[in-house]
Design a protein around this ligand. Structure first.
Ligand SMILES: Nc1nc2c(ncn2[C@@H]2O[C@H](COP(=O)(O)OP(=O)(O)OP(=O)(O)O)[C@@H](O)[C@H]2O)c(=O)[nH]1
Ligand SMILES: [Mg+2]
Length: 439
């Protein structure tokens, strides 16, 4: 899905992670890669220009928040702007009783989307019924019925030629269902006939949701189509289908995101399973190749507290401080993710090395927990009998305890050499923190 855009975004990230400095030149290099990816995904040139300008301005002018390095700052801004660009808000998908009407042009994927939604709500434990109101295409009703059978959802169809009359009967039939989904007929274009039919279905049905189904392969034209349907019947959301089968999906999603009606789902294949709730944050994280980037950056902000780090330098770096630093780092989650989040490509770091770090940290925490208050505060009292006792209590070897103490002493020495100013400038640089601990 959206391979070209994904490649462009990842190359852009590489420019930032590998740059010596984050300056005008490296930001421009990043933007050039991003533009290539966006344009080859059929994203509108003006939109590409707009996001480029915004990125340049923000990355070069905004000051990183305490606890965030300039590199993380640049990644964070790239993430935020892409999320804004691909859909400001996450759609609110109700999982209770509701009536849904599906509308759209010929072959957009309406009937498939009906079965996809049917399966999704069924999997959530809701009772579902579908009504086939396409009275124009001869095989339409049978197609919906077959899909319904496949997912075990009842379908109301009739050989009648009056869509409103079928709808009324179907509504009575499925009065007790949690979710009712109505499939309507497609047309070549938004014409008067289509408008009249949808309006009369809407009047009788009074649906809570009217979803426009639009295929990704029409690219930028999707936004215009969504705008027109919105003016015509007031759509509440858009389902962009065929995301898997189109290189133009970037154009479709980005223009739809600007219409006022949110993209609620994306269709990613032909089977009833191929439907995903559209969440711009997750979608952008996926494009950037960093799972839950947003969450990681938020955590990084919480955990790395420059002020307390400065206090450490000003005062004594006790084993308690050491423990706190380790805890902070553990809160951040798996080490490999942290490395990725600060722009270090973890594939260059052997996987088992990362694993050793995590295991070592776990042991150290046990060791620190087995120490008395006095030992933590005045580590110089540590002798071999104390170390033996601690090792036993922590379930580790004496060598592990010695290793931890040696690392603590090394870290203390290194921290003493840092001036507070130095730390502030590089404040929150997790890479440096990792190095301090010589893990
Ligand atoms: N690859 C891919 N194919 C899809 C997707 N959604 C639908 N299709 C295919 O697109 C074709 C049209 O889908 P339908 O669901 O019949 O579309 P429709 O809007 O109901 O069409 P009409 O009723 O004729 O207007 C079918 O061959 C589907 O299998 C999708 O997300 N990905
Ligand atoms: Mg259909």
């Amino acid at each position: 899905m959206l391979e070209k855009l994904k490649q462009g975004i990842q190359k852009a990230i590489e420019k930032i992670s590998k740059a010596g400095y984050i300056d005008k030149a490296s930001v421009n290099a990043m933007i050039t890669e991003l533009q290539r990816g966006m344009l080859s995904s059929d994203i509108d040139v003006d939109m590409v220009f707009e996001i480029s300008e915004k990125l340049k301005k923000r990355i070069l002018n905004e000051k990183p928040k305490p606890g965030i390095t300039i590199r993380e700052h640049a990644l964070k801004i790239l993430y935020e702007e892409l999320v804004y660009f691909l859909g400001k808000t996450k759609a609110d998908i109700k999982l209770g009783k509701q009536k849904i009407l599906l509308v759209g042009l010929f072959g957009a994927g309406k009937t498939s989307a009906a079965s996809k939604l049917g399966l999704l709500f069924k999997k959530k434990g809701l009772s579902v019924g579908m009504i086939g109101c396409d009275v124009h295409r001869p095989a339409a009703a049978q197609q919906l019925k077959q899909l319904g059978d496949k997912i075990n959802v009842p379908v109301f169809i009739s050989s009648e030629k009056n869509a409103v009359s079928i709808l009324e009967k179907g509504m009575r039939e499925y009065d007790d269902k949690d979710v009712v989904i109505v499939d309507s007929a497609g047309r070549n274009a938004i014409d008067k006939e289509l408008a009249e039919e949808i309006k009369s279905l809407k009047k009788v049905y009074n649906p809570g949701e009217i979803y426009l189904i639009t295929p990704a392969d029409i690219g930028q034209a999707a936004g215009d189509q969504a705008k027109k349907f919105n003016e015509l019947v007031g759509i509440t959301g858009i389902i962009v289908t065929k995301m898997d089968a189109s290189a133009k999906a970037g154009g479709a999603i980005s223009t739809c995101a600007k219409t006022g009606a949110p993209v609620v789902f994306i269709g990613t294949g032909e089977t009833p399973d191929d439907l995903k709730i559209y969440d711009p944050e997750k979608f952008v994280s996926h494009l950037m190749g960093i799972p839950d980037l947003h969450g990681l950056l938020e955590k990084a902000k919480d955990v790395v507290d420059v002020e307390s780090a400065e206090n450490i330098i000003a005062g004594d770096f006790s084993i308690e401080d050491f423990c706190q630093q380790i805890e902070s780092m553990q809160k951040m989650g798996p080490m490999s993710q942290i490395l990725e989040s600060v722009g270090i490509n973890s594939s260059k770091i052997p996987k088992d090395m990362v694993k050793v770090h995590e295991e070592k940290m776990k042991k150290w925490k046990h060791i620190i927990n087995s120490m008395t208050k006095k030992e933590r505060k005045y580590p110089d009292v540590m002798d071999s009998s104390r170390m033996r006792r601690i090792a036993k209590g922590a379930g580790v070897s004496e060598a592990d305890v010695r290793d931890m103490i040696a690392n603590y002493r090394k870290s203390k020495k290194m921290i003493k050499q840092l001036s507070p100013g130095k730390l502030k400038r590089g404040g929150g640089n997790l890479g440096n923190l990792l190095k301090q601990f010589k893990l």
